[in-house]
Write a protein that binds this ligand. Sequence first.
Ligand code: 5RP
Length: 293
Amino acid sequence: MADTVGNLEAKDYGIGIPQKMPGFFLKGSGNLEWGMKDRLARIFNARSGNTVMLAFDHGYIMGPTSGLERMDLTIVPLIEYADCLMCTRGALRQIVPPASNKPISLRASAGSTVLTDLNDECLIGIEECARLNASMVAVMVAIGSQFEALTIRNLTTMVSDGTKYGIPVLGVTAVGKELTRDARYLGLASRVCAENGAHVVKTYYCTPDFEKVTATCPVPIVIAGGKKLAEAEALQMAYEAIDQGAAGVDMGRNVFQAEHPVAMIQAVRAVVHDGVKPAEALALYNELKNIKQ
Ligand code: 5RP
């Protein structure tokens, strides 16, 4: 079982054959109970099956990241355009208006920063997540790193705790400096999250073979945006990810560091929910950026 050499290479991906989804519109979620499904249905749009999550939890490891220096000025205007907000409990209480009524994907693991070894994390208690009305809780999982066992334990603990309250768990595949972002690694890391009970997986887009990552992950995948790209490239990446089976984006820097963030998030929405092609989405961005917000 634990042989690392001599295993047969995975090859039967069933690309193009959708995973059957009886009982609910999200893959792998049909056997969940009502509370879980209700929370997931707040995050994912039942028409498109997809979500645009706005990630602004970067400060918990990176401090005042560019674009997040004053979240009250930069993030609050974006909230109305997001399907879900991914943030820390600090940011939630400090700047997110409770009346904005958006589902929250709460960053529920923390413990180290970019100044030391990332991913040496512990968990926020599930009662605190319930108190904050989290629709999902996000746990970092650092496969292949020195903190692999610790972070998988965090994931399994949160899945067990979340199940008591009907709160789904987002497994976030961490990418350390030394880890490669290819389909083989991201596919392994995503599958490990799903097998350990994550209801949704957040990972990175890769090329080639991203469709193998989504095909072999039995729960929905949302992609992180990663470092800031030109707007055209970020829209292209979002399009390719959705086209190859992602169920949405959980994007941060490519939205809040865009020259025109409000226009950018709307262009991303067009790609994610309406399958708008990248060139058309860029034209939409250019049109919207000239409208005074
Ligand atoms: C950090 C995260 C971030 O939320 C994630 O990286 C998304 O932000 P970006 O699109 O800027 O990469 O999960 O671990």
